[in-house]
Design a protein around this ligand. Sequence first.
Ligand code: SF4
Length: 372
Amino acid sequence: MSEAASVYLHVPFCLSKCPYCAFASAAACEGDWEIYLRAASSEMERRAPEAGPLETLYAGGGTPSVLSPGAWGGLIESIEKFFEFSDAPEVTIEANPGSLTKEHLTLWRGWRVNRVSLGVQSLDDGELAALGRLHSASQAAEAALMCLSAGFSVSLDLMFGLPGTPDDLRGWAGTLRRAVALGPHHISVYQLCIEPGTPFGAAYADAPRASDGYVPYRYAQWLLPRLGYEQYEVASFALPGHESAHNLNYWYDGSYIGIGPSAWSCVGGVRSKNASRLRDYAEALAQGHAPTDYAERIEGEAAARQAAVLALRTRRGINWRRFRARYGEAFADAIRKDLENIPGDLASTDEFSASLSKKGLRLGNAIWANII
Ligand code: SF4
């Protein structure tokens, strides 16, 4: 079995639940942290034999900065006990401006963390309030500056297509420019999805959206490269050398181990997902079982097509030599033929590689539907 060089650690706690969020996260109840720390450590021990020296580790959530520095000390101890790292790993922790402290940063910096991804979403107080976020624009700016002056590579998550915001781009352009002025190394842009089963789902399911997302997304594609941030994936823009190695591993079909409730793994061609409820997850581990509630082996053409779609999320796209070596001539040729039917201003393919243009990335969902 090939060894995974990437670990994703899911921290399932948040200060409170944002009204649009469908992720597996919740405010912690009494005793939840202890249950989580014990179970995560037990899962690390169980999964460690599948891992080689780690090239990347990414702690996401949820809100990892909700855990106190003391609790983080426990997590770090378990990680160091069960995993080895390569010589220069990328270690990222997600944080929210409302819970991140200097103590977190000192602890993380003294360990191996070299990258912080901040859930800023907007730098407009009205939009942040509408999103139900707990931080203000000035708190978000302070958190970003604190991470930068502590020496981290910093990524900011920003969100467009908010319901009820005018489509005149003013709000989005203001957030983007203010974000760049802070000097982050990486910016991720996402369209707000109205998810069924969330308070926003109930409130806005049938409400007309001020924006379908195309215009603000195109604006980001126009603005950010002019300011030095190259788009290297559908949602990701980075200064040279600051692309997310962890995410590139997903998009280029690498193996990864997911630790924590609801975390996904993909090792040896098997994709699996852990139980989402903390107590189910912890109970399975306490009884000596894998805490998974779903697993499938992906192989043959389905695996090839899925890998092609993931690679096409990136500007570099598919490398046919590597793709053929892994999935064989026949599937590579079939996918290449499908791509040749896509208009040349959206996708280009030659004997070496295939990739989407910036316009193609804007219409990615429609293109990928033709390949999967
Ligand atoms: S902070 Fe993030 S993970 Fe937590 S509820 Fe809000 S959107 Fe969801």
